[in-house]
Design a binder for this molecule. Structure first.
Ligand SMILES: NC(=O)c1ccc[n+]([C@@H]2O[C@H](COP(=O)([O-])OP(=O)(O)OC[C@H]3O[C@@H](n4cnc5c(N)ncnc54)[C@H](OP(=O)(O)O)[C@@H]3O)[C@@H](O)[C@H]2O)c1
Length: 272
């Protein structure tokens, strides 16, 4: 299937590493010119160079902090100028999980931590969408993809979970507002996904269990392990990126305002 993405222009926030980087790579492979966005200039520029060389595509680095409206608006203006217009926004610019202080009981919540987490993931996505929408409306074609996460569906994390849920609501609301302008808006729920952070997380789990990281991963993904999934292995960031590339494509008109779960079948709840 030809995704029909060649010649399109995209912004991918969080594009310096992890899921955002994997999405930028797949889009560039499909012939999309991509602006990747993050705060750390040096890492971001190194990633842009790496992805350009690997994909033979155009990947540019634009530093911005999505917690700043001014920086987001300047970044979007730069991306549109340097790429020559915009068609696609992927919001992946946020560290996973949220603050550790939000995992415990409500009495331990630190207001500033919760506000910072929402300011990055929810408000960051909103700021980026708000800035790109006029450009997408102009050409009557656009795609917005929000990277949320399955902890939206599990009680327990009043920051990481709650802000993911807020992104689902945001996605549906934007879809209703923008579908009539030829812009689809969708959301992806990754579960635990293999990224640069995985070795550190597995090392911590291995220390808890008193086993090697390899053994810890094997146990997590054993059939019927509550930490695992139906395919009995960790999903790789590139597998989330394939889903994002499809949703960004000309072939995905039928999907708008929806949530695509990309966990390899984690959990046993039936959603219909
Ligand atoms: N990995 C998983 O297992 C998993 C599972 C479910 C959901 N998710 C969600 O997927 C998204 C990406 O996660 P990831 O695993 O790819 O994270 P990651 O590897 O930590 O990458 C986060 C990216 O976002 C950027 N970023 C963070 N804060 C930013 C800010 N204020 N402004 C601009 N850029 C910012 C980071 O670069 P700088 O630090 O340089 O800004 C980096 O490029 C997150 O929303 C996460 O909750 C991930």
């Amino acid at each position: 299937m030809d995704l029909g993405l060649k010649g399109k222009h995209a912004i991918v926030t969080g594009g310096s590493q992890g899921i955002g980087k994997a999405i930028a790579r797949e889009l560039a492979r499909e012939g999309v010119d991509v602006a990747i966005v993050a705060r750390k200039k040096e890492q971001l520029e190194a990633t842009a160079k790496e992805l350009s060389a690997e994909t033979k595509g155009r990947v540019i680095a634009l530093t911005a902090d999505v917690t700043s409206r001014e920086q987001v608006e300047a970044m979007v203006a730069q991306a549109a100028k340097q790429l020559g217009g915009l068609h696609i926004l992927v919001n992946s610019g946020s560290s996973p999980g949220g603050s550790t202080t939000a995992i415990g009981p409500i009495e331990t919540i630190v207001d500033e931590d919760l506000l910072r987490d929402f300011n990055t993931k929810y408000m960051g996505a909103l700021r980026c969408a708000r800035a790109v929408i006029p450009l997408l409306k102009e050409q009557k074609w656009g795609r917005i993809i929000n990277i949320s996460g399955t902890n939206a569906r599990n009680a327990g994390n009043l920051s990481g979970g709650a802000r993911n849920t807020s992104l689902v609501h945001f996605t549906k609301t934007l879809a209703v507002q923008l579908g009539r302008f030829g812009i689809t808006v969708n959301c992806i729920h990754p579960g635990t996904t293999r990224t640069e952070r995985t070795p550190r997380l597995l090392a911590a789990r291995a220390a808890e269990l008193g086993v090697t990281p390899e053994e810890a991963e094997k146990r997590n993904y054993a059939p019927d392990s509550p930490r695992g999934n139906a395919i009995c292995r960790m999903v790789d960031a590139k597998e989330v990126a394939y889903v994002a590339a499809f949703l960004a494509s000309e072939r995905a008109w039928a999907i708008c305002g929806e949530l695509v779960v990309a966990t390899g079948g984690a959990g046993r709840s039936v959603y219909y």
